[in-house]
Design a protein around this ligand. Sequence first.
Ligand SMILES: Nc1ncnc2c1ncn2[C@@H]1O[C@H](COP(=O)(O)OP(=O)(O)OP(=O)(O)O)[C@@H](O)[C@H]1O
Ligand SMILES: [Mg+2]
Length: 255
Amino acid sequence: MITVSNLSMSFGQGRRHVQVLQDIDFHLASGEFVSIIGRSGSGKSTFLDVLMGLIQPTQGTVERADRASMSYVFQKPALLPWRNVLRNVYLPLQVHGVRRADRLKAGMDALRKVGLGYAAHLFPFQLSGGMAQRVAIARALVENPDILLMDEPFSALDPILRENMNFNLLSLWQRTQKTVLFVTHSIEEALILSDRILILENGTFVQRFDVTLERPRTYESFQDPRFGELYRHIRNALPLQPNLPRAAPDEASAS
Ligand SMILES: Nc1ncnc2c1ncn2[C@@H]1O[C@H](COP(=O)(O)OP(=O)(O)OP(=O)(O)O)[C@@H](O)[C@H]1O
Ligand SMILES: [Mg+2]
């Protein structure tokens, strides 16, 4: 569905230069659910931005299957404050010239999928953080994309709602055969959802874990011995402390 070759991304020049992604090769197959885990600042959002075409990589290519449509759930909901929830959700359809009756229907359908049918006429300032995030998810679903890029979509939700949203997303993915690339800080969430988990570190995918838990996954999956085993493996692959940028040698010895 998506093939990334030899991708690098850096920002800034001279002393401001930061190399965020380096020589990444990556393939996302049709129907696959892949999660990316990595410390804060490791470049996860940058990677999705490049895949979406929002920023140009400094090196390498991103190829997408012909006619595959793609939506992006941003790390921040980015709702338009002057439009109510429903009008935010159907905005992509409006941009593409879909008739009003059809966009109202598709907008309401998408809102119900995230459990917010009742909130259609609220404005963004009236929403909790978790509600706003779910509106953003509905907006990404409204065009029924083939590929979904999701950047920590559930991190603002309370744990119970988050678990519910995980299983909702799983059933949606199963029913509609979407291809999903999902960023999270939660190992549990990645394990419940994914076929494959990639660890992003120092600009590249340093480890890959195939999640061999049976599907469909349910609350029982948490009890599967392989769940605990994979959890420990992934936990050990992550740095225990945030990997702060190295200080120059003189600064380091002064501290
Ligand atoms: N437009 C930009 N200009 C300069 N530096 C940037 C820009 N965008 C991102 N960066 C830098 O790239 C690095 C990776 O940022 P990114 O947002 O991709 O991290 P992340 O893995 O998504 O982190 P988090 O888990 O906190 O969301 C950071 O060091 C950040 O400061
Ligand atoms: Mg991010």
